[in-house]
Design a protein around this ligand. Structure first.
Ligand code: SF4
Length: 347
């Protein structure tokens, strides 16, 4: 598509349908989906799925989206009995038949994927599966009471990719027992799995979770916000360099999450903090050979200007303190890919 012709319609719409903890064999130590999503009560019926889908489509009607997906989030979709999966998927079918929705996506556990399930999903219009991998370090997985191994993540990822599914992997920073070397090992393995996209979540201490008990007993210490931002930025840089999209960093902010939050590196604009940190790192690198009194031209995407400045101008202040702010002039360029910067040599 000619980018000059692109419109809001080109932005996909993902309709989230939350099925908190459905299909989960137990609760992972960091998790309390009921508190995070604010959804309590009895499981959703097929009618609920229809109503939610219709409401979102109606609200979004004027945007004329070219790609709409219904997503089952918050549980382990493929851990559900096939009849329950069928019930939920069938509720989306009329919207697929009339062209309002193009595909279905779901999130699930790596040990709830096998060849039968993959075929079952594919035949019912599921085209994107997000695996909760969290880490590919067996000791960290064990500490987090995940109940699956790193090998399960590798096996499920391979199976989904071979079936032609779009693959997403969810990862976490700040898991119990996770250090930088573990994080590096996980990132390397994820790069070799080549998922289509990744989400990175910092571990938060949420009321009602196993981690909340450990935290109160002094057995778990969360990452500081600064460390969580640095670790996430490091991972994002590695993943992007390998051509893997990082589509989200940090949990969706909201009142329910904030009410349930006991401790941990929460920030409502966590992803923006990470992106600002990456821009600061790039700027410092570009300026590494520029001495006092010299000035260079740096090109960035016009859509990255506020990220470049940082939240409350934090990057500008940092560059000023480092004596670097007067060593460059910014030039915005709509052609520059987002998140990248370059030195512009005068003609
Ligand atoms: S992290 Fe995933 S598998 Fe674990 S309890 Fe939460 S939703 Fe279930």
């Amino acid at each position: 598509m000619n980018s000059a012709l692109s419109t809001a319609g080109a932005i996909p719409l993902v309709i989230p349908v939350f099925i908190p903890h459905e299909g989960c064999p137990h609760s992972c130590v960091f998790c309390n989906q009921h508190r995070i999503s604010g959804i309590q009560g009895k499981p959703l019926s097929a009618d609920d799925v229809t109503r939610i889908t219709r409401t979102w489509l109606e609200r979004d009607r004027k945007k004329n989206r070219c790609r709409v997906q219904v997503a089952f989030y918050g549980g382990s979709f493929t851990g559900l009995a096939l009849s329950r999966q069928q019930e939920l998927l069938a509720a989306v079918l009329p919207f697929i038949r009339n062209g309002a929705v193009q595909a279905i996506r779901c999130s699930t556990r790596p040990d709830s994927i096998d060849a039968v399930i993959v075929n079952f999903l594919y035949a019912r219009h599921v085209r994107v599966v997000e695996l909760g991998g969290q880490s590919l370090d067996d000791s960290v997985l064990q500490n987090s009471r995940r109940g699956h191994s790193a090998a399960d993540v590798v096996q499920a990822s391979t199976m989904l990719k071979n079936a032609g599914m779009e693959l997403g992997i969810q990862l976490m920073v700040g898991l119990p027992g996770q250090n930088f070397s573990s994080l590096r090992g996980t990132t390397d393995q994820v790069v070799s799995l080549a998922p289509d996209f990744v989400r990175i979540y910092p571990v938060l201490v949420v009321a009602g979770s196993g981690l909340a008990r450990w935290y109160k007993r002094g057995e778990y210490r969360p990452l500081t916000l600064t460390r969580a931002v640095l670790q996430t930025a490091w991972m994002k840089k590695k993943l992007m360099a390998a051509g893997i999209r990082v589509v989200r960093m940090g949990l969706q902010p909201g009142r329910d999450l904030e009410k349930a939050l006991l401790a941990g590196p929460y920030h409502p604009a966590f992803g923006e903090l990470v992106n600002a940190r990456l821009m600061l790192q790039q700027t410092r690198k570009l300026l590494s050979g520029v001495g006092p009194g010299q000035k260079v031209l740096i090109g960035i995407s016009n859509r990255d200007l506020s990220v470049f400045k940082g939240i409350r101008q934090a990057n500008i202040q940092r560059l000023t303190r480092l004596g670097l702010f007067d060593r460059f002039t910014l030039q915005t360029d709509p052609q520059q890919p987002r998140g990248t910067m370059k030195l512009i040599t005068p003609d």
